[in-house]
Design a binder for this molecule. Structure first.
Ligand code: PHE
Length: 333
């Protein structure tokens, strides 16, 4: 049996050396080391040996197995390397080949219109003011004269954070920050563009995240007439044509009197009025909260929805496109 083992090992090693590809190697492995392979068959004969020879024979078989496994592994490595070489040799790599053209991005329509609004107002002497999107309840509500029972504080409308802060529901909070920062120095002329958030059912005209531009102008003797003049000029420039505006009484806790402003093109007197923004004279409580003496100065404020303007400008019928990030939408601007 020992002689058979030796012969078998030698023959097996020769076979392993002779195979020409990985598939053939696998075949050889099966016949040699498989459960029904030649070594296993030999091993089963161990019972025929005298007891004292069984141990050494088993060890010899295991050593032979080990040697074959190593030889197989070595061959497998050789075939793998050949395969890899062949694959790499196939790939053309030409370092002088020009790169594919890179895709160039461009500004989002909201950004385009926001910049236009900023350009118009900076031209009128307004500063651009920024405020946090995560706001305190005080800035978003209390100091704006929005009382505790006001429905705008409802869980339905406002994203409350566990900290007690809110995602600002409008840009009006920046009115107070701008006033406080200037410590009563007049005039105050600012716009504050930015994102705002409402916990609303989404549809074609409602998004949880949208954009507003707040405006605030405070000085001695500022009136509704000033507000109408500035806003009519702003809208005419924004829409590139003279516009008519109309004020309808409305209620916002932070202005008194408060209005909805509608506009239509002056060259289209029969045309439809389009509701565009809330505005009014800054409420005395708000002036005081901002450190401005209402006996000394007055001002107007407005808040316009940027998404609305973009939709009108480009004929977009669903506000949800704005934040969609969909390239089919964005490529059009
Ligand atoms: N903050 C109001 C809103 O979100 C808009 C507004 C701003 C109204 C300023 C009046 C004055 O709808």
């Amino acid at each position: 049996m020992k002689a058979r083992l030796a012969a078998l090992s030698a023959e097996a090693l020769a076979r392993i050396a002779a195979v020409e590809d990985a598939a053939a190697l696998e075949q050889v492995e099966q016949t040699l080391l498989g459960r029904k392979g030649e070594l296993s068959t030999l091993m089963r004969g161990i019972g025929d040996l005298p007891p004292e020879e069984r141990g050494p024979f088993g060890q010899a078989v295991n050593a032979a197995k080990q040697a074959l496994a190593e030889a197989l592994e070595e061959r497998r490595g050789e075939f793998a390397e050949v395969a890899l070489r062949a694959e790499l040799g196939d790939v053309r790599f030409d370092p002088s080949e020009p790169a594919p053209p890179s895709v160039r991005g461009h500004l989002h329509p909201i950004t385009l219109v926001r910049r236009e609004v900023e350009r118009i107002f900076t031209g009128l002497g307004f500063d651009i003011e920024d405020g946090p999107e995560v706001e305190s309840e005080a800035y978003n509500f209390d100091m704006l004269n929005i009382p505790a029972h006001h429905p705008a504080r409802d869980m339905q409308d406002t994203f409350w954070l566990e900290s007690g802060q809110v995602l600002r529901t409008h840009t009006s909070c920046v009115q107070l920050r701008a006033m406080q920062e200037r410590e009563g120095r007049l005039p105050i002329r600012v716009i504050a563009p930015g994102r705002v958030f409402r916990n609303e059912q989404q549809d074609a005209t409602h998004e949880h995240t949208f954009h507003q531009v707040e405006g605030l102008m405070i000085d001695r003797g500022v009136s509704v007439a000033d507000m109408k003049g500035v806003l009519a000029m702003f809208l005419s420039r924004l829409f590139g044509a003279a516009v008519e505006i109309r004020l309808r009484p409305s209620y916002f806790p932070f202005v008194e009197p408060g209005f909805e402003l509608d506009m239509r093109r002056a060259d289209d007197p029969g045309g439809e009025w389009i509701e565009l923004m809330g505005c009014g004279l800054v409420h005395p409580h708000v002036l005081r909260a901002g450190g401005v003496d209402p006996e000394e100065a007055s001002g107007f404020a407005f808040g316009i929805g940027l998404d609305r303007v973009v939709m009108m400008r480009y004929g977009i019928d669903d506000i949800r496109w704005m934040m969609s990030g969909d390239p089919r939408f964005l490529r059009q601007f």
